[in-house]
Write a protein that binds this ligand. Structure first.
Ligand code: PTJ
Length: 248
């Protein structure tokens, strides 16, 4: 999945690169065809947000880093879009926070599960969970309910990027702290999150990693303060305002 040559000076560089990665993900059997549609939805919001990390999303990324560092057992959930867009960046975030990585798919097939696990391993992941699937999320009747009992099943903090709303709600009902990355502040997953990061995953994951590295030596009290200071409702409102006003 080599990236094509797009000059960085191109005004739509990031968007073209993203589209190419999703397209290549579909060709490699990693991303579902529905992933193309999901990308289109996300891109429309990104355009309205100004295709940059807005200040409230940066605050959310810092709060997410604090949650990941303070967790007993954090897991980063990876689907077909996440694997195509930010495979190496997810491995870096796992290394910076001590989190596990688990593949969890809406359109789950054994082939896609294995292709994604291998793709992540090619990007440096050592242990990728998701294939055992010996746990279930209560209240969900689709494939996303299948989790590893010692992975998402046992996690206290879960990062769920580009998720559909019902698993996000079910995880929240299980009492897990949910960190969501979604460009749509009105999506059910963003609304259910303890920490909604309204940003493109391409920018958000490296940003959470940068915050985690910066907070690596922070005390428990400092991490707790950052978590407590974050206001999810205010962050969602700030993102919606930005989308509606189309600027600052
Ligand atoms: O790989 P699978 O089988 O697990 O399927 C994954 C998709 C993403 C296809 C599946 O979960 C799905 O259909 O998702 P939805 O319901 O389309 O929701 C995807 C959400 O991700 C939407 O709210 C989009 O706004 C958001 N989104 C899309 N692209 C990005 C994004 N958020 C951040 N960064 C993006 N690049």
């Amino acid at each position: 999945m080599d990236d094509i040559e797009i000059p960085e000076s191109h005004p739509r560089y990031e968007s073209l690169l993203t589209r190419h990665r999703i397209e290549a993900g579909v060709e490699a059997g990693i991303t579902s065809r529905q992933g193309l549609i999901a990308q289109g939805r996300g891109e429309a919001y990104d355009y309205l947000l100004g295709e940059e990390t807005i200040p409230s999303a940066d605050d959310a990324a810092r709060a997410a880093a604090a949650h990941l560092l303070a967790a007993d057992h954090a897991v980063l959930s990876v689907n077909g879009n996440v694997a195509a867009l930010v495979p190496g960046e997810i491995v870096d975030l796992a290394a910076a926070t001590g989190a596990d990585i688990e593949v969890n798919l809406f359109n789950r097939t054994d082939e896609r599960m294995r292709a994604i696990v291998e793709h992540l391993q090619d990007h440096g992941a050592e242990d990728v969970k998701g294939l055992t699937a010996d746990g279930r999320i209560p209240g969900l009747d689709h494939e996303r309910a299948k989790v590893d009992a010692d992975g998402i099943g046992a996690a206290d903090v879960v990062l769920v990027p580009l998720e559909d709303g019902d698993r996000a709600e079910a995880l929240a009902e299980m009492g897990k702290t949910e960190l969501v990355i979604d460009l749509n502040p009105l999506s059910r997953s963003a609304q259910a999150a303890t920490v909604p990061i309204v940003d493109n995953i391409i920018r958000a994951v490296p940003n959470v990693t940068a915050h985690a590295r910066e907070l690596a030596d922070a005390s428990d009290a400092e991490l707790a303060q950052i978590r407590d200071d974050f206001d999810a409702e205010a962050a969602l409102e700030a993102a919606e305002d930005r989308i509606r006003s189309g600027g600052d």
